[in-house]
Design a protein. Structure first.
Length: 365
């Protein structure tokens, strides 16, 4: 690794939900390397592998030779809410993400599908079913590999409605260095680990990416994998995380706070909700003040450009009695009917936690 440490941070949850579109400076940062210094004028993205013609595209090519598309989507770290799994179930491995390792932004660039159409694929039907599109950044060595890579199924990449972009802009502005300048992949509904930043190589291939972060991280291992040794036999047989599960979290009230009820004996509860992968949008969020015995439906707030890939901000006026150490739960349901369980199954890496959103140890007056 070069000098310096990877930048990993998340904003305060209350600040995160203050706007439907997450400002560029407010989104979470997840990196396995230092931020590389790249020149957008000379940067190239190579497309090769099982294609009819290899391409080498500049940023100008990507911007001017292909139709530009916008997509508003939530980009989420697979480890979002890891702290809850760690605290509520048992210890896990990995950075202690709370509930704000997610951002909802507008992304702009050509569709990956259009770029792959220009290259063409040279696969037979049997190969097509198992093939992946692999993404790579070779600009900086990572903590556990000499480069960063990931892949997604080719079938998903070629779907017209998958909205996978080679993003050049974020919230109508050129990408910042921290968010992948000059070009990154944006994979709506898929874990952020696959949304490779500082993209320089795309390969169509009949296997998954062989990068460490595809093969030995970001997998929901079975509960019997309890440490590095017992996990070793599962890495090669457990599939990597692709789609993220339906989820919600509570931003207000804040854990450990004291809250004054209004004249009707209610308090404001607010947060965000996310659909499962391809199954958006979120169509319902419910809130409970009695350990899930009774639920009240929250109001879903509208956001400009919202769609199946974006989060939903929500709020409700929740009747609650006075007292201390009370807990509030939330649960989301998406358009396909997926809803949150009370608790997710524990896994060693603490990924894909989607148990009820919850805030505890609140005093109501």
């Amino acid at each position: 690794m070069p000098e310096g440490k990877p930048l990993n941070r998340e904003p305060a949850l209350q600040e995160l939900i203050s706007s439907f579109i997450t400002p560029v400076t407010e989104g979470y940062d997840r990196n396995h390397s230092v931020l590389p210094e790249l020149n957008g004028d000379t940067h190239r993205v190579r497309i090769d592998g099982a294609v009819k013609r290899s391409l080498e595209l500049s940023v100008s090519d990507l911007q001017n030779d292909f139709e530009q598309h916008d997509v508003v989507c939530a980009l989420q770290c697979a480890g979002n809410r890891r702290n809850t799994m760690r605290v509520k179930i048992k210890e896990v491995q990995g950075i202690n993400w709370f509930d704000a390792a997610v951002m909802n932004c507008k992304w702009t660039g050509p569709r990956l599908r259009d770029v792959l159409d220009r290259a063409g694929t040279s696969l037979d039907d049997n190969e097509y079913e198992v093939s992946h599109v692999a993404f790579a950044c070779n600009a900086a060595a990572c903590e556990d590999d000499t480069w960063y890579g990931a892949s997604i199924p080719l079938a998903r990449a070629l779907r017209e409605d998958a909205d996978i972009l080679l993003a050049l802009k974020m919230n109508d502005q050129p990408l910042t260095k921290a968010h992948g300048y000059p070009v990154r992949v944006v994979t709506p509904g898929i874990a952020g680990a696959r949304a490779v930043k500082w993209l320089d190589h795309i390969t169509v291939q009949t296997r998954e990416s062989e990068n460490f972060y595809q093969q030995h991280d970001y997998k929901v291992l079975p509960p019997e994998a309890t440490d590095a040794e017992s996990a070793s036999k599962f890495w090669s047989i457990v599939p990597p995380v692709q789609e993220m599960p339906v989820n919600s979290t509570i931003a207000t009230p804040v854990e450990g706070s004291t809250v004054q009820r209004d004249k009707a004996g209610c308090v404001t509860v607010a947060g965000y909700a996310l659909p499962r992968g391809d199954d958006g949008p979120v169509v319902k969020v419910e809130v409970s003040a009695d350990a899930g015995h009774h639920w009240i439906e929250a109001e879903l707030l509208r956001g400009e450009g919202e769609g199946k890939w974006s989060w939903k901000l929500w709020k409700c006026q929740l009747p609650i009695s006075t007292g201390t150490s009370k807990a509030i739960y939330s649960r989301a349901t998406d358009a396909a009917g997926n809803t949150q369980p009370e608790r997710s199954q524990w896994n060693l890496r603490g990924v894909c936690y989607n148990g009820y959103g919850e805030v505890t140890d609140v005093k109501f007056k």
